[in-house]
Design a protein around this ligand. Structure first.
Ligand code: HEC
Length: 106
């Protein structure tokens, strides 16, 4: 029984540690989600670099409504243009990453 409650305690602390990483985007998160595969220092094909993305997203800084709309269109993709990595991601993760970019992506 003691072992049981100890492991529950650990699950709770792992979740507590994981939560802030989800809430705030970061370069580490962009790497973890594979964003840098296309948007890294050597952008692939037509993908804008992270720097360029930050410039584009800057207009949503402090504009939560605008950002939310952008997140929706980002996750839906444009007609004829679907990017798996954009569409697979959760609403929370997409919001965190796009907000991080809007705030400069540093
Ligand atoms: C398979 C390659 C690929 C991956 C992986 C990828 N992207 Fe993209 N992304 C693109 C391309 C290509 C565009 C340009 C689309 C365009 O300009 O219409 C783009 C555009 C964007 C835009 C700009 C949208 C706009 O309206 O201008 C943002 C923001 C973005 N990506 C964020 C991300 C984030 C965050 C991740 C990681 C979860 C990610 N991307 C992963 C290829 C990728």
């Amino acid at each position: 029984m003691k072992f049981f409650s100890t492991s529950i305690g650990c699950v709770a602390c792992t979740l507590a540690l994981a939560a802030p990483a989800q809430a705030a985007g970061s370069a580490a998160m962009a790497a973890e989600y594979g964003c840098v595969n296309c948007h890294g220092s050597y952008p692939r094909g037509e993908s804008p670099s992270l720097e360029r993305l930050a410039e584009k997203m800057a207009k949503y800084k402090g504009d939560d409504a605008g950002l939310a709309q952008k997140v929706t269109s980002y996750r839906t993709g444009k007609a004829l243009e679907h990017i798996d990595a954009h569409e697979r991601i959760s609403l929370e993760a997409a919001t965190a990453l796009l907000r991080w970019l809007a705030e400069g992506g540093k």
